[in-house]
Each structure stands twice: as C-alpha cells, then as structure tokens.
Design a protein around this ligand. Sequence first.
Ligand code: BGC
Ligand code: BGC
Length: 851
Amino acid sequence: MPTNDKAAVYRLAVLTLCSLAVVIALAGCGKKNTESGATETLSTATESPWPKLESAVKKDPAVEAKITELLGKLSVEQKVGQLIQPELRHVTPADVIEYGVGSVLNGGGSFPAENKHAKVEDWLALADGFYNASMNTDNGRVAIPIFWGTDAVHGHNNIIGATLFPHNIGLGATRNPELIKQIGAATAAEIAVTGIDWSFAPTLAVVRDDRWGRTYESYSEDPAVVKSYGGKMVEGLQGVAGKDFLSEQHVIATAKHFLADGGTQGGQDRGDATIDEAELVKIHNAGYETALAAGTQTVMASFSSWQGVKMHGNKYLLTDQLKNQMGFDGLVVGDWNGHAFVSGCTPVSCAQAINAGLDIFMAPEGNWKELYHNTVAQVKSDEISQARLDDAVARILRVKIRAGLFEKGAPSMRELAGKREIIGSAEHRAVARQAVRESIVLLKNNSQTLPVKANSKILVAGDGADNIGKQSGGWSITWQGTGNTNADFPGGSSIYQGIAGAAKAAGGAAELSVDGNYKTKPDVAFVVFGEDPYAEMQGDIGSLIYKNETNLALLKKLKADGIKVVSLFITGRPLWANNFINASDAFAVIWLPGSEGAGVADVVLTKADGSVNYDVKGKLPFSWPSSPAQSPLNVGDADYKPQFAFDFGLTYADKTETPVLDETAAQLAAAQVPDTVPVFNQRVMNPWTLVLLDHVNNMAPVTTSSGELGAVKVSSQDKHVQEDTRRLQFNGSAKATAVFGSTLRSDFSSYAEKGALVFDVKVNAKPDADVTVGMYCGSDCQGEISVAEQLNAAPVGEWSSVSIALDCFAKKRVKLDMVLAPFMISSAGNLDISLYNVRIEKNATAPACGE
Ligand code: BGC
Ligand code: BGC
C-alpha cells in the first residue's frame, strides 16, 4: 500500500479513534481519564515501589555550565525547535535553518530521497546537509548540532547490506547477555558509518500477551531476562561510562517504550495496561533498571496507556518516577505522533505532553510546522512554563554534549563515516551467526532425528527455505519487512543456502523445492515455514493458532513418502501448532534469525565426520501455549499449563521422545457459531460498551441511558419496551463518533462469507453531510463505509434496516477474527437517528461493496 494511503489511515486513527481501548477500559472500571488526576491519587502512596537508581553516567559540572550558557543565548523559538523531531520525508536542511529543528528521524523503510537502495554516501550527504544547517549562525542563530535517530532494532536494518541480527525474541532464547553487548557494539559501528547518531533501541517490553504484533521485539515474558539484557545492550550501543562512552564507535541508545508497552490488555497495540502499580514496576520496569543504570541517554514514551492514561501525557510516570525517582537526566522522546493520542491533544497541539515530561515530539508528518507554531504560542501564553521548556532543552543539550556532537564535526568527517566495509563485515556477521545458532529452540527430536548427517541427501522445502526476507521479519529494510527479495540482503544467507553449503562440503547434497516435490528421494526433509513478516499494528492477531493447510499437507506427504521430516519454524511468537509438531519427527523454532540463515545449518547438521557440530542451546523465552486461546500465558501464572514451559529446550544429549500432542483445538476452530450475535438488543450486550468520541481525543462512556460529548448526544427512547432504543443526535459543529466497543476481541471470521452487520434505524432528520459506519480492530485495523445514501433514501420517521456485508469491512483492512468495536457511526454534519437492534448476522442480504 502506498505510503500516502497508509498515512491517511493512520491520521484517521489518530483523529477519530484515538484511545478507543482506553475509553472502553475506563467505561469498564468507571474511572475518569484525567492525566493530572492520576498523578494526584498515586503520589500519595507512602512507600514507593519504584527503585532509586544511579546512572553510571554522572553529571559533569562543565557540561552543566555549557548548558546554562547555551540556554541563556537561545530564543524561545530556537528552544522550541529543539523539541520538534520531523521525519525524513517531510524535512529539508532549509527547514532546519528556518525552524531550528533539533533532531530528525527516518521511520522504518524511510531512506534518503525515498530510495531503498540509497548508498552510504547518500546517507552521509543528507546527514551533512542537516548538520551544516543546524550549525548555521545567520540572523543570530546559535549553532546547535542536530542529531538523527533511526530504528536499528536488529542491526542497522534500514540499510541494504547491513548485518541483521536475530530479532529480540531469538536473542532472548540465547540467555547470553555478553552476546547482547557485542551485538549492540556491532550495530553501533554500522550506524556510525552512515553518520547517524542515535538508535531507537533496545525495546525493553516484557510482553505478557503474545497476540501483540511486537512480541518478537521483546526479549522475554520474564522480567529477569529483560533485566539481564537491558543494560548490556545500552553498553554495547553507547559504550561503557568512563571508558568508551559515546566514542566515535558508538551511538546514543533508547530504552523503549516506557512503560508497559508489553502489558496491554489483550496484547493490543497501543492499548491499555490495566495492571496495578506493583506489577507495573516489578514486571515492566525490569529492563529499565539496568538500562538506566548503564546510562541510556534517551527513553521513548510508549503509545500505550497505564490505567487509562496515555503514557505521552503521564506526568506521574514520565516525570515523578522516571526522571525524579529513578534519576533519569537524559531526554524523553515521543513515539510516532504519540502525543496526538493524549486526551485534549491533536497531532499539531499538545502542551499536555510537554507538561507531563515529554522532551521531544516525534512529529513525523508534514504538519510539524503547525506543532512548532502552536508550541511557541503555548510557551508565550505560559501554558507551557519557561522552566519546563528550559528543562526539556537542557536535557536535549546534555545528551548532545555528552555525545560529543559539538566536537565531532560533520557526520562525514567522523572516524567511521563512509567505511562501507564495516557494514555487514565478516566480523559482525560472525556475531550474528553465533546468535542464530544459540537462539534455536528444539521442541521435539524423536528418534534423535537431529542433527542430520551432513553427508545425507537432503530436501529443503517450504516458503521460508530460501527467503531471507521471511526469515528476517518486520523492521527489515522496509517497515513491515514486506516486499523484499534475497537480493535485498547482499552478503546474507538463506536457511537453504546454509544447509546446501554445509552438505556439499561434507559430500552430501541438498535439493531446494519450495512445494516439496523432489527430483531425488531424500533421506530427510527440512521444511522451513511459519509467519510472514509483520510489524507493529499489522502483526496483532486474535488467537495464537498457526494455520496453514498447504504446509501441514506437505509435512504429511513427506512423512507418507517415508522421509524423515524436520520442521524449522519461523515465528515472532509462540504459536499453537500441535498438528504441525505431530506431523514432524523433529521440530525446531528458529524465530526470526535475520540475515545469517547459515547459522541454522551449523546446528541442525553434523560435522563432516558425523559428530555434533554445535549443540542446540536455546531455551524458550516465552511459554508455548497448549491451546490457541491460551493467552496471556506466563511463567509464574497460578494455573500454568503450557505445552512447553518457559525455559524448555532440548539438547542433543536429551533422548526425550515427544508423544502425540493434543490436536483437538484444531477441530475447535471449526466449531459451531450462532446465527446472530447481538451487539445492541434493547441494551448494550456483553462485552460491549457505548462510548462517544469527539475530534480531539476526548471520550465519554455512556453507562446510563443518556450522555453527551462535543457534537454528539445520546438518549434513550422506547420502541417496544422502556429504553430499548438509542437516539443519536449529531449537531454538525465538529466530527463525532458513537461506538459499541470492548477491550475484548470478538472473532467474526466464521461470518465472513455471507455475514453482515445489520441495524434497524429510524431517520428523524436526514444527514446534511457524510455518515459512516465502521468496524475497529486496532490502529491500522479499521474500515469505514458510507451509509449516507441509505439514510437519505429512508423515509423520515419510519424504521428500516441497513445491512453492510462483513466482507466490505474485510476489504477495508478489518481483521474479522479480532474485532474490538463491531459498530461505530461517525459524522461531522447534522444527523438525528434512532438505533434499534444492532447485530452481526450469519446469513444476510447486503448490497455489494462500493469502490
Ligand atoms: C514505533 C517506534 C519507532 C518509531 C519510529 C513507532 O511507530 O512504535 O518503536 O521507534 O515508530 O519509527
Ligand atoms: C511509516 C514508517 C514508520 C511507522 C511508524 C509508518 O507509516 O511508513 O516509516 O516507522 O509508520 O509507525
């Protein structure tokens, strides 16, 4: 999908749906969504569960003096410029001069001149352009070097030819903190070659519900593992305080996403962590303890909320705990337009976030200039105090000074700049290959099928066999990791290439056949399959089941042919796959190994002499489910019944024979479904709540018979019995939305074929603008369909019924198996309707979808 469309969808999400999950969660617990309110209630607690921390990077009086001196010289405008971080696609060096922009970023899949194949020189030239602009002193400007941040989340992954390390979930399986440090250092060096100063990593999420699409960005569900890695990755990226801290070989790190991004209800992207404070600290702050102690210079605020309060507006957590209690003196950067979701905010105006403790707005769209102007005005009107502005700028300057940016000179003049040979160097690839080897988790190895003798006749099958894009997952060259071919990973190796190379060297042979049709009957088949690449938002799923009939049939066919079958499962999370495990003699999880696929062969094949080459070492960093519905599932749960427990992983010394696993869940998936699912039937049905939304992210759950918010008002009417109908009146003063939503997902996938969303409606006054009915399943997972025509055609004052085929929503990116809000109606105009009986019907007649 073209970037522009994506951006449009995203904006819509920001403007109309904002914190839908939060709203609904609030409705459930009856709390008020006030950022400041939360601060008051919580700060009265006597004993703080939060640790007092000491950073290895100490305050330096000389640095502080320089900050004071600079602050004295900067105008309000130049200070505000430091707070704004535009994205590559919407900022030029000329803008940097005009607005005093303090930093830039390139988002996932964003390159100089939007050229995926941009060369190291192109990155450097652009970095120099921004830097030189930032050092321009015309018209009394003070020279403040700009810095540039990038998502180097598994290596310098936006650069063709870079070493791509296994994603964090695989690193979690290695349980090797020293290796994490080496990976950080290698990544930092590759970043420095391109003149970039700052990596938006590590992700310290402790993911508790694996349906979240970012589970693979998490090292583990266990806070202890994340804690043992957080500081190490920071040291690898930034260097060690007092030694090589932010030397020419290193870059600034970011601990993200603060806090409890991995603790949202239902594993919902940008959702709400409804947990209590003790759990918030114990589970989700674990990685920050070591990352802050190691001196991470930046922290990224999470899109998500804690107890209904968006992190970007959460003063209690950003200021009181992170900065004051835990002593963080670096800067807090926002996430991609994350401020826009704070209640009362828009993408272009959000004093609330700065006042809560955000220091840099990540403002990736073309409208960042409006945000700049509004922020300047908010400082001038004292909505943002001078003291808060100065504190934010002081933090930004502190990081820039500590990073040596005032001395290092133009990006292209730095020590590693332009040293192309460092990117994807043999040394870095060796570290990545070691990580691949150590990350493999062996779940089943009956009759000691593995390791396979390297001199065997081997078939390598499955759509992951020779597919470096698939094995690398999201955040690989492109944002979602889609659209790549092996040619986009020069210097890398696919799983097949690794196996073929090792087999050949030992006198064996490997045949590649994606569909499994072989020319020569093999002794053994490696079938490489699993999840296709995805990243945030698009990776959320409704249940932890792995479904793929083609692959299952392939495993069964090979077995039926009398061939030993080894499954190599590519995945970003544990998935229920008992039927696949049963169909395999051996089953190894290889996660998302990245560019060095050959590391897999190192383990699954023997040496030429038939002895074990490398033993399997990986241990499950996440619990493996015993049913598709088993999420959340975490070690330490009261009723812990996983299929494979956290920490499980066979070695070649183990002689375990795995019995046939229970497959009944597979049959369950095809279970009976009722003909009608009522959403509103005389009352709002479980699990949904009626919520009103306005155009600036305010929301009001309607838990009684009436309510009002902004341009929309709801009241109850009687059709057959008391209050069995809801009247919705939109007054046209702004866009408004009424939603039936829940934090629990509903699976309507069995209704996809002939099903429809149906509602009875009485038009009291015809609309004078467009009216849409939508479904929502998460950010970037929603679709709206205009019903203006039907409403206009309906006779005023009479009941009629409107049907929208579910298929029409599916075509608009709604995933029917994970619906959060089955009905939401929006209009910016005047409209007066009564609603009765909103439902999903299995067999309904509905008009064909529009364009
Ligand atoms: C992600 C961050 C990332 C940022 C910049 C956001 O959508 O949540 O992890 O750093 O984009 O690409
Ligand atoms: C952009 C990516 C970015 C992501 C963050 C996408 O729309 O194309 O570059 O990283 O948003 O959410």
